[in-house]
Each structure stands twice: as structure tokens, then as C-alpha cells.
Design a binder for this molecule. Sequence first.
Ligand SMILES: Nc1nc2c(ncn2[C@@H]2O[C@H](COP(=O)(O)OP(=O)(O)OP(=O)(O)O)[C@@H](O)[C@H]2O)c(=O)[nH]1
Ligand SMILES: [Mg+2]
Length: 516
Amino acid sequence: MTLGRSLLRRHWRLLVRLLAIVVPFLGLAGLGLWHLYLDDALLIWFAALAALAVIAWLATLDWSGERALQEATPPTPAKPEWTPLEQQAWADLTADFEAIESSPPASIEEVRLAAMRMMETAARRLHPDASVPTARFTVPDVLRAAERGLGDLRRQMVQRVPGATAVRVSDLLAVHGHYRRHGGWLRGAWYLWRVARFGMNPPQAALQELRGVLEGGATSAAWQRVHGQFARAMAEEFARLAIDLYGRRFSVEVEQLQAEIIEAAPEAPPEVPVRVSFFGQVNAGKSSLVNALLGEVQAPVSERRTPAGETEFRLQSEGRPDLVLIDTAGLGTDVSPTAEARAASDARWVAANAWACDLVVWVASAIQPAREDDHRLLSALRIEWATHPERRTPRVLCVVTHADRLSPMREWQPPYDLDGAASGKAASIRDACRAVATDLCESDEPVVPIAMRPGTAPYNVDALWLAISEGLDAARQSALHRALFDRTRFKWGEVARQVGQGSRYLGKLMFKGVGA
Ligand SMILES: Nc1nc2c(ncn2[C@@H]2O[C@H](COP(=O)(O)OP(=O)(O)OP(=O)(O)O)[C@@H](O)[C@H]2O)c(=O)[nH]1
Ligand SMILES: [Mg+2]
């Protein structure tokens, strides 16, 4: 019902035009032109036809921009894997898409100008500080962009253009040649026929002429709309390429990256693993939480100690996502004497941790209500993330441990209904979660209560798995972007390899010739 209404609201002018064309002919079919003539109703019928033609013409007029508003194509959403900055570039380009749809470029020069304008918009947004932002790409990047653009175009043609794979260019040239040679004759014959039919049956000829005019108007309006939408689709495709180009997304092939990952760990799934960092105060329960997650799985895990002193565990198990769990050292051990020394140590901590993972699990103990360190460092992380919209930021998830140690202390009979909060324990757990949410979390970040009493099965780990899996898509995008970002940094080793291969190729050319 609503769909029908919205279609009617958007396309009522088209409907009026169609009715204006169709109704008189339906009338003709019912009554017959001859009867109209006999009943002296032919003039009335012509008058009705003229009135409908006027209505159809009025419907094509644009009253105070209302039509543009009603018929505007809804904006196409940005690609989910883009960074906030790339999403902004897409939003900037929306004005261009609308302009192109309402007046599509009519010449190659106009297409070139529109393309340059879009590239400039994307480049300025993605490289605001560069002196020549439009030149911020490498030659292999632009070749890769062209390869993808042309590949997409080929796919579209093969799928959507009838006869695209059967009709050769020579066939088209032959048709064009025939038309140029014989088109004049054909057009002349058509005009002759139109004059002749006036002699044979004047009312019918007049009707057919009128219908031609009306239909011509309707089809040209429809054609303009199709033309505009096609131009917009092309512009959007081009803009996607431009954003990927200036976002350096063509610098590394995802397939190449995956091949490297398989080479590094043949037994692992062929995707960039999502890195989950566990931060929190000393004794908050970070290591216990990592163990609780690892303890859930049957497969063995590999453990690795990083130079920074963290321990990384690769979690690989049937039915669980491929994750690297990073158990970090507790916060709050820094006893710097001065504010400057503390600020410097915070900055070092942020530099080491802000971009090292795709999901942050902030572990806060329900029985350690002093959270200044957590708040200060998490805020510092958020500031670092906000100042780099060109990168994908990790999601944050808060976990409240030691739920079993809340009052009443002696009671521990999970599971608890935290929404209903019937018992005193459930109310305490809920209050602890609210306190952590207020102290540390932003509105859309989940808070999961957990209890890991030594010697007993951990409570509520399933809810944590659920929260992790809900953020997993975003975390995967972030993992891929982090890997791409690391790979596009300048590397001396790669340059040395290229120099070696280039010199070997030159040597071959000089001593053996091209075919060697
Ligand atoms: N009762 C109870 N004890 C817990 C819970 N979580 C952790 N513990 C205990 O708290 C102590 C500290 O836990 P850890 O997991 O080592 O804490 P951590 O955050 O890794 O500490 P650091 O590595 O020193 O920063 C251990 O004795 C755990 O058994 C919990 O939910 N309930
Ligand atoms: Mg620990």
C-alpha cells in the first residue's frame, strides 16, 4: 500500500502522460471512429484529445523544482569497508552525482571534465595536506584501477547489452554505412507515406500524427531519465575507483596478501586474523578472560610473547572465528613522578597499542571502582583514533569481571536475569555494568558481566562470544585495512628486490635481445 502510494507520488506525471495517450484510443476501440463520426461526436472526441494533450504537456513542466525533489534518485550508500575519511569523500561526491544525473555530459570533453572534477574532490578529501593531491598515486596503482574499471565494464556489457558478445564492430560499421548510403531514401519514403495517408483517410492520419507527437514527448522524457541514471551509475563507478585509488587500496592485492598469510601459516584459514587486545588494570582479570575464551575451544593454541611483553594466542577452532588474543600487561603500574613523565608514558602506550588490534576488550573489575587510569588511557586511545579518519578504528567492548564478588557476597547461583533483576545479586551486577558503561563506554558499546571463580566454570562467556561475533564483520574490515596499511609503507627490502630484478631484465635486454 505504502509502496504503491510512494510510486504514485513519484511517477504521477508519467502516469498522466500515459493515460492521456492511452485513454482516447481505448475510447476508440469501444465506440469506433465510424460511430463517433455518425453521431457527430468526432469533434467532441477531438476536443477531448486536445484537452488531454494539454494536460500531458502540463505534466511535463517542472513546477518550482518539486519534480526534481520527488524524482531524485536516493543516494547510493558508501562501501562498508571504507574508512571514515573515504566515506566523507563519497558524501562530498554526492552533489556531483546529482548534477550529472540531472544534466548528463553531452560530449567527450564534458565527460573528461566531470571525471577530473570527481578525482579532485576525492583527492582533496583524502589528502588535504598534499600540495598536489590529485597526483597522490603510483603508476602501478593507476594501472590496477584501470584494470578493475575495464574489467567491470566488460562484465556489465556481457551481462546487460544484448548481442554484445556476438555483434562485431565491423557489423556495426556496415550497418552505419548502409544507413548513411540509404538513410535519405528511407526517410523520404516515410515522409511520402505520411502525406499519402492524409489523402486516403484524413481523420486517421491526423490521429496518427498526434499520437506520434505525444508518444515522442513521452519517450524522449523517459529516454532522458534513463540517460541521466546511466550517467550517474557510470559516475558512481568512477568515483569508487577514485576513492580506492587515493585511499591506496590498489597498492596491495587482497589475493596477494592472503597468499602471504597462507605461506606464513599453512594450517591457518586464508584470511587476515582479527586481533583482539585485552586492556585493563592489574588484576582486572585479563589473563583469566583470555583463558576462559581459549578454554572453550578444543584445538591447541599457539602462544607467542611479543617484544612489548604481551602474550599473543592464536585461537583456531571449528565453529569459532580465527582470532589472535593479545593479553597485555596491566595498567596503573606507572608511578611517574611528574605529570609530564606520565603524559609521555601515556603517549608511548597509545602509540604502541592504538593500531595494533581490530577489537578492544576493556576489562574492568566490578570490585575495583577506581577507574581513573582506565578512563584516561581509553580516552587517549579514542583521541588518537579520532585524529586518523583515514584508518579504520577498532571497536570497543567492555567486560565487567568479578561479578561473583558483588554483594550479597555469599550468594552465587547463576544464571541471573539481569533485565528482571529479581535478586539482590542480579541488581548488583546490573548496577556494576551501568557504572562501567558510564565511566568508560560510548552509547553503542556493549558491556558484558563475567565471573571466573577459580576452580569453577566461567559464567556468561557465551554472552561475550555473542558480543564479539556481533562486532566481527567490522573487525574483519579493520584487520584487512590494517594489513593493507602496513603493506603500503615504504620498505627498503622491497626496493632492493626491485633493483635486482630490474637490473637482471636490463642485462638480458642488452646481451640477448627482447625475445630472450
Ligand atoms: N572470583 C573471581 N576471581 C577472578 C575473576 N577474574 C579473575 N579473578 C582472579 O583475579 C586474579 C587476577 O586475575 P588475572 O586474570 O591474572 O588478572 P590480570 O588482569 O591478567 O592481571 P595482570 O596480568 O597482573 O595485569 C586471579 O587470582 C584470578 O583468579 C572473577 O571473575 N571472579
Ligand atoms: Mg595477566
